[in-house]
Write a protein that binds this ligand. Sequence first.
Ligand code: F6R
Length: 608
Amino acid sequence: MCGIVGYTGRANAAPILLDGLKKLEYRGYDSAGVAVINDKKLFVSKTAGRISALCEKTDNGENLPGFTGIGHTRWATHGAPTDINAHPHTSNDGKFAVVHNGIIENYMSLKEELVKKGYEFESQTDTEVIVHLLEMYYTGDVKIALLKTAARLSGSYALGVICSDYSEKVFAVREASPLIIGLGVGENYFASDVTALVQHTKNVIYMDDGDFAEITPDDVKIFDFAGKPKNKPVNRIEWDIRAAEKDGYDHFMLKEIMEQPRAVRDTLSPRIKDDRVCFDEINLTDEDINKINRIVITACGSAYYAGCAGKYTLEKLTGIPVITELASELRYSQPLIDDRTLVIVLSQSGETADTIAAMKECKKRGAKVLSVVNVVGSTVAKLADYVIYTWAGPEIAVATTKGYTTQVTVLYLLALYIADRSGRITPSDYAETLASIQKIPQLIRQALSMNSAIPTLAKKYHIHNSMFFIGRNTDYAVALEGALKMKEISYIHAEAYAAGELKHGTIALIDDYQPVVALCCNKAIMEKTISNIIEVKARGAQVLALAEKDSSKIVTIADDIIFMPEMDDYLAAPVEIVPLQLLAYYMAKENGCDIDKPKNLAKSVTVE
Ligand code: F6R
């Protein structure tokens, strides 16, 4: 939520900042702004709306000359998305400008104190207290003022600061919100995410909580909050700029859907050597594994639904009970977690506030936390005892696709790994399961190519304002994610229901033409789902079924059918979700929605 960027060098800062903001726009897109230093004065331009509006206002940055500056793209928390609430915020004396991602929890008491001291506030944001505190503590040394300011703040913040007394410096501070420094030649940067940096440099420093950076064109100095210098490693970003571009597709979402065979293959292949699953990156000992008496999977949104899909496979292969819990619930639920619990945390961004809080709660209770994360160096990765990266590459569309499929695939591999290490699987079942997992990229490719009818189906179904997604067991888990995809990008109300539950109340809502998407890929219970299809058909529903190619019975019952390749019941989710992603995509397109940036949403939900 919210993206921040900073630059100091020998080029005009504003066009570079605007370019960086465009790359970060998926983090928030209701208002934006930039501030630069020119001739020892600050110049600020900000506006409600998208980055494109800011580009227009600043003539693509050309009417804001200056070699040092900061920028922000906002997802409103405190105060409506207006010009005034947009960042950067400036101090009353006009010396400081601040951009902020996060939430200052104690801003009300700080505001009261600052108002009493005569500081004038113009916005409704929590952020504005920061810039007035800086002015209050500033006696000529920004570092001292910033460290004193940081000591007064509670909550989460990644801050970018410029001061008109220092024409060649940007300052950056991190506490519980992502922040990365990019190292160039004669120029340096900071940003919330590497996507804003990769076109300029592949050398980055990941800031940790409690880090403060003083950045000039030729140098980056990092300190802790006590002001002590820190030595931090320089990391190399492995992917190039094309990964963060649309590459000819109309939308990032479609590009990312199509990338899934590659993303899943890249996630699988480093972990399979000589027909064995090997997670070289996690040092779980036999003792650690044999101690596990319960697995708790926690995450938010689609990542949680990935956990729901993985649960069946983990339980089947390992015999260990698996509980899935929403991170936002787990943290307040006095969870039954102890040192025999393996907690698996799933997060594409690695920065989701509720997920991080749940993780901390589990660690406090003595559990070991294994995280499955897509963003290298993210907070979830840093806090976990063990990290498995999903090598999906940058995911830009707000609605996750390849993030989900790679997470589920890692859970399948992990299930096999734990089953094997704890002696719960026979060699032949092991070999068979691994072979099936290895087929997933190919099956996704088939699922993509088998569904050329989806745009036509979208034309038929997009006129409805409500849909049900039904299925049992593994199909139900996929239905949850399918319905979320539909809601978030097409704005059609979609509800996932365990098919057997319909008759316990919800069937009252089924009448003529009500669309029901019926997932029938789990062959073991397909007959049961078919009975539920017949029940809704008898009440007038239009059924769009998802089933394997030779499910002839369904062909005669459903109104429409999306065919799937033949899959293992317990390893189907990353394949089965693909047509549902495409259906949501084309329905959203029919409805004229802003597919990559759905209303009210943002990627990387760094607030509770
Ligand atoms: C939905 C979606 C969200 C995320 C959720 C968790 O398409 O993307 O529901 O899955 O906000 O995000 P991460 O995985 O970054 O923790």
